[in-house]
Design a binder for this molecule. Structure first.
Ligand code: HAM
Length: 418
């Protein structure tokens, strides 16, 4: 059935066009180079996972409860598109025996994630992350290492005006008692909180602290702080992470309200923001320690820490800060045949490709129109080909910057272009 309207992209996703890609490639290469320079190896895991694995991130996590793309049941498995990579990387680490290797195993992953989020600037339903995970390391040195790696990466793409927020949210030993204190503090205020926070109060009270709704703000300042309620081990870890960051001259701000939107974190949590922006949706990179996730997935208890950077947000900020990456022309050489010379033009292109990138203008239009298009494409050379040229296996090679033109035998073209 013909439709009246052309079909557009799904809501909340976006195309990355050739003109945008140099910035994306720059951000990705910086990610790979930085991760490699810290001894991290790349891993690729599937975009689909068993829904049950994703649910282990935490039932109260928005990415699971509200934003997960689930498939209709197929065969015996419930599947979902991954909303984040950490659960899958941990699964892959154990399932493929990487846990038998060196400790920690340092892994990084670049790829798309999917969340049924409210679409807005910097918040997409398909977005790309650069994930870094150090699995099997309990030392606070790994927390500091991943923070430093995140900062190095952002600096490598010339994002230097950053604000790093840091907090500790304790562990399964000290957090329950703290949550009771938090609930006790908020219960008398319940009616003054906005609807979702009223629900959070009993279900997931930690999230009360990162609520952005104005009516909930006045109560935060007097709320008990988790960093005043840590057990000895968590307090020691928290102090050590700060000492390590100080020693690395990494500036941070303790944000006692930073709790993160995913439920698997223990102890250290951190987020990098552009220095001038505020608000959670602007985080460029965020992460923390997740010592309980492996066990929640059914594997042996294993400490781990990591972060993920948002490539969409990072490239948007790179573009907004006027970062320019030299754009090379799609093809350095454009073969411009006159009339119906597709076979000869394709052969000339084949010969020249040994030396340069080559495209052919096959469109049946005037030479003037073809030359205008060659200028737009930014080709450095144009090879003009008439029927007479083709019969003698020669062409006219034009240097587009000098305007010089000379007749060259086809076989000589690669040497002339080299
Ligand atoms: P997250 O904070 O949910 O953490 O996401 C990490 C980063 O991905 C964010 O800081 C942001 O830059 C980007 N991001 C998140 N949602 C969107 C969206 N809808 N559109 C565009 N960008 C987005 C995690 O995913 C954890 N797995 C990070 C981690 C790794 N923790 C430990 N290891």
């Amino acid at each position: 059935m013909p439709r009246t309207e052309p079909i557009k992209a799904a809501r909340g996703v976006h195309d990355i066009l050739p003109a945008d890609l140099p910035l994306w490639r720059a951000a990705e290469s910086a990610a790979r180079e930085t991760a490699t320079s810290f001894g991290y190896e790349e891993i690729v895991t599937p975009l689909i996972e068993q829904a049950e694995l994703i649910e282990r991130i935490g039932e109260d996590t928005d990415a699971v409860s509200k934003e997960l793309y689930r498939f209709e049941r197929r065969g015996s498995q419930n599947l979902a598109l991954r909303p984040e990579a950490t659960a899958g990387v941990v699964r892959a680490y154990f399932e493929n025996g990487l846990n038998q290797g060196p400790k920690p195993t340092r892994l990084y992953l670049i790829g798309p994630m999917f969340r049924y989020d409210k679409p807005q600037q910097g918040r997409y339903r398909q977005f790309f992350q650069f994930n870094v995970e150090a699995i099997g390391g309990a030392s606070p040195a790994f927390d500091a290492e991943t923070v430093e790696l995140a900062q190095r990466w952002l600096n490598a793409v010339e994002l230097t005006e950053l604000r790093l927020e840091l907090n500790s949210i304790g562990d399964e030993k000290c957090r329950p008692a703290y949550l009771e204190k938090l609930k006790a503090y908020y219960r008398p205020l319940k009616s003054k909180l906005h609807g979702e926070c009223q629900l959070r109060l009993e279900r997931n009270p930690l999230r009360l602290l990162d609520c952005k709704v104005p009516q909930c703000q006045p109560f935060k300042a007097k709320a008990p702080r988790i960093t005043d309620n840590l057990c000895d081990e968590c307090a020691e870890h928290w102090a050590a992470v700060q000492r390590l960051l100080d020693a690395a001259s990494i500036e941070y701000r303790h944000n006692p309200y930073l709790v993160r939107g995913l439920d698997y974190y223990t102890r250290t949590v951190f987020e990098f923001y552009p220095a001038r922006a505020s608000g959670q949706q602007d985080a460029l990179a965020s992460g923390g320690r997740y010592d309980g996730l492996a066990e929640a997935e059914g594997w042996p208890s294993t400490p781990a820490v990591g972060f993920a950077g948002g490539l969409d947000r990072v490239t948007e900020l790179m573009a907004a800060s006027g970062r320019e990456v030299p754009v090379s022309p799609a093809a350095e050489v454009l073969v411009v045949p006159e009339g119906e010379l597709a076979i000869a033009a394709a052969e000339v292109a084949r010969i020249c490709r040994t030396a340069r990138s080559v495209a052919v203008d096959y469109e049946p239009r005037s030479l003037a129109a073809k030359m205008r298009s060659a200028n737009k494409v930014g080709a450095k050379w144009v090879i003009l080909l008439s029927e007479d040229d083709a019969s003698r296996r020669v062409a006219r090679l034009r240097d587009m910057s000098s305007g010089e033109q000379s007749e060259v035998a086809w076989q000589e073209l690669p040497t002339q272009l080299a």
